[in-house]
Design a protein around this ligand. Structure first.
Ligand code: FES
Ligand code: FES
Length: 210
C-alpha cells in the first residue's frame, strides 16, 4: 500500500505543469468569439509634397511611404522591402534623403517632401533623370525613383561637406569620386545591377554642377 501512495516530487511537478497548461487554453467557443474592434487612432497631418500642401487625416501607424502612395496617390515612390533594406522608397525630406517606409507620416508635420514626381516631368527632366536615361542607369526601373532621389541628395551632401566612410580628406572638399558615389549609394539596391551606369550618370551631373 505504501508504494501505491508514493508520489515523487518529479511526478508532482510534471502533473502540476500539465494541469496549468490545460487550464490556460481557452475553451473552443471563446476562441471563436470575434475580438473587440479597436478603432484606429487618426491625426490631422499637414504636409507639403512637391510644392503642394496636403491636409490629411491619417492613421497614426501610416508610414510616410503609404501616405504618399495611398493617401496622396503619388505612386512614383516604390515599396520594395518595406523594411529599410532596399532604398526603393527614398524621398527627400527638408533636403535630406530618407527611407519613407521607416518613417511615420505623422512625424512629418509641416515638412517639405520631394518625390520623383517633384524632381522633373517627362517634358522637363531633372538633370539626374536625363543622365540616368543617357547612361542606361536602369533596366526594370523599379528601384529607379529611389536611386534618382538618393543620387540628387548625395550630390548635395557632398557639396555640404558631409563625409562618408570612404572620405579620406575633409580639408580640401569632398571629391565626387566613383568610390564616394558607390559608398553613398550603397543603401539603394538594384537587382538589375545597373550600379556602374548609375555611378556614371551621377559623375556626369556632378561634373556639370562643378
Ligand atoms: Fe523602404 Fe525598401 S521599401 S527601404
Ligand atoms: Fe531593376 Fe534597379 S533597374 S532593380
Amino acid at each position: 500500500m505504501a508504494t501505491e501512495l508514493h508520489i515523487s516530487r518529479r511526478n508532482m511537478l510534471a502533473g502540476s505543469a500539465a494541469t496549468a497548461a490545460v487550464a490556460a487554453v481557452p475553451p473552443a467557443e471563446a476562441q471563436l468569439q470575434p475580438k473587440p474592434q479597436v478603432a484606429p487612432t487618426t491625426m490631422p497631418l499637414s504636409i507639403k509634397v512637391n510644392g503642394k500642401r496636403h491636409e490629411l487625416q491619417v492613421d497614426t501607424r501610416t508610414t510616410l511611404l503609404d501616405a504618399l502612395r495611398e493617401n496622396i496617390r503619388l505612386t512614383g515612390t516604390k515599396k520594395g522591402c518595406d523594411h529599410g533594406q532596399c532604398g526603393a522608397c527614398t524621398v527627400i525630406v527638408d533636403g535630406v534623403r530618407i527611407n519613407s517606409c521607416l518613417s511615420l507620416a505623422v512625424m512629418h508635420q509641416g515638412d517639405e517632401v520631394i518625390t520623383i514626381e517633384g524632381l522633373g516631368s517627362p517634358d522637363d527632366l531633372h538633370p539626374m533623370q536625363a543622365a540616368f536615361i543617357k547612361h542606361d542607369g536602369y533596366q526594370c526601373g523599379y528601384c529607379t525613383p529611389g536611386q534618382i532621389c538618393s543620387a540628387v541628395a548625395v550630390l548635395e551632401e557632398m557639396k555640404a561637406g558631409v563625409p562618408s566612410h570612404v572620405t579620406r580628406d575633409l580639408t580640401s572638399g569632398i571629391q565626387a569620386s566613383n568610390m564616394e558615389m558607390r559608398e553613398r549609394m550603397s543603401g539603394n539596391i538594384c537587382r538589375c545591377g545597373a550600379y556602374s551606369n548609375i555611378a556614371e550618370a551621377m559623375a556626369e551631373v556632378a561634373e556639370a554642377q562643378a
